[in-house]
Design a binder for this molecule. Structure first.
Ligand SMILES: Cc1cc2nc3c(=O)[nH]c(=O)nc-3n(C[C@H](O)[C@H](O)[C@H](O)COP(=O)(O)OP(=O)(O)OC[C@H]3O[C@@H](n4cnc5c(N)ncnc54)[C@H](O)[C@@H]3O)c2cc1C
Length: 331
């Protein structure tokens, strides 16, 4: 009987999950994920019975392959259109309502509903932060705390580019490409919002030095009805302030937000801020995935193409095709 190829994947975000699904019927696939759950930046936080999508706000579908891959999740109602009005705001108030045409989709009842669905049947190790990859081509091991997992024929890093660069051994042929990727930080503020009527939109792009996005998370399908706000910081401001204490970030974001929405003192007090060190892609690798056939190491993620959920999918799917062809040729 043929021995199955073993593939270790680091990261259970959209890219890692898509890759795993693409290979699961031809290889023995395991995902190592440092968090307790799947989804990576497609993330949802529950605070006092209210849910906040504090990572990806929505996804768009432009590519036919992504469209088809979402069919099953859409049929089960796990991905739904978000039809709320999105505007653009300047400091002096409304600039314009953005043109209709873009269909925005969200996970239902939360953004991580889709990655949870995609993770079905896949061997995932949660709370498994990979500290190092060691070994040699065809016999790779990953270190998770004080244990070593493997051997794997291939190891794929599906973490943000700077984290993947730190993990992949020096012999990986594409370190220059990985190093050319630039990712920005982001802070996300979450709070309930009693005076939401002052903000008659579902969401807005904001032209502001501190804030660049406001959304009423409760306007998305399937969320609890409590009015609540998710605000993302301007990425340039986030990069400059990345090491500042979260309390000071919270105060500055609240001050900036008060130009656009009314936040009561108790809501401000209870507001929570999340720090994303690697949130958006400023400069992509410009290749759909990175594969080194000699070392049997590879990398994928949104940062290969663009900072979007769909790009992460396409990167994982493309690498899945390439590895499937290699496995087939070896059989
Ligand atoms: C605030 C914010 C808003 C966004 N808004 C949108 C939007 O509206 N629309 C849109 O399309 N996109 C948006 N994005 C981008 C979108 O979330 C990403 O493009 C996409 O989710 C990236 O998927 P990925 O699989 O490439 O990476 P990730 O989702 O980052 O997955 C990587 C995974 O690797 C894990 N990991 C990292 N290091 C290790 C390690 N050493 N060991 C084990 N596991 C590890 C991480 O925990 C993570 O789960 C947003 C992102 C952020 C942060």
């Amino acid at each position: 009987m043929a021995v199955s190829i073993r593939i270790g994947i680091i990261g259970a975000g959209m890219a890692g999950l898509t890759l795993a699904r693409g290979l699961s019927d031809r290889a023995d696939v395991s995902i190592f994920e440092k968090s307790h759950g799947v989804g990576g930046r497609m993330a949802t936080r529950w605070i006092d019975g209210v849910s906040y999508d504090h990572g990806a706000q929505y996804l768009t579908i432009r590519d036919a392959r992504f469209h088809d891959a979402l069919e099953a999740a859409r049929a089960e109602g796990l991905v739904e259109p978000w039809s709320g009005q999105v505007a653009s705001l300047g400091e002096d108030g409304l600039i314009e309502r953005t043109a209709k045409g873009t269909i925005r989709y969200v996970g239902n009842p939360s953004m991580n509903a889709l990655p949870k669905f995609l993770s079905g049947g896949i061997d995932i190790h949660p709370h498994a932060q990979v500290g190092a990859i060691s070994g040699e081509p065809g016999r790779w091991f990953v270190s998770v705390r004080d244990s070593t997992e493997g051997p794997f024929d291939w190891v794929v890093a599906a973490a943000p580019a700077p984290q993947s660069a730190r993990l992949l051994p020096a012999r990986f042929a594409h370190h220059d490409k990985l190093g050319s990727v630039e990712m920005n930080a982001c802070f996300t503020l979450m709070t309930t919002l009693r005076h939401f009527a002052r903000f008659p939109f579902a969401a807005a792009h904001v032209d502001d030095p501190v804030i660049n996005w406001i959304s009423l998370n409760n306007t998305k399908p399937g969320r609890p009805s409590t009015p609540c706000l998710v605000a993302n910081s301007n990425s340039v401001w986030a990069d400059v302030n990345i090491e500042k204490p979260l309390d000071s970030i919270k105060q500055q974001m609240l001050e900036a937000l008060r130009l656009y929405v009314q936040i009561d003192p108790d809501e401000a007090q209870a507001a929570t801020v999340h720090r994303w060190r690697y949130a958006n892609v400023q400069q992509a690798a410009g290749e759909p995935y990175l594969i080194d056939r000699d070392s049997q190491l590879a990398a994928c993620g949104d940062w290969c193409i663009a900072g979007r959920v769909e790009a992460a999918f396409l990167s994982g799917a493309g690498l899945g095709d390439a590895l499937a062809a290699i496995i087939e040729a070896a059989e």
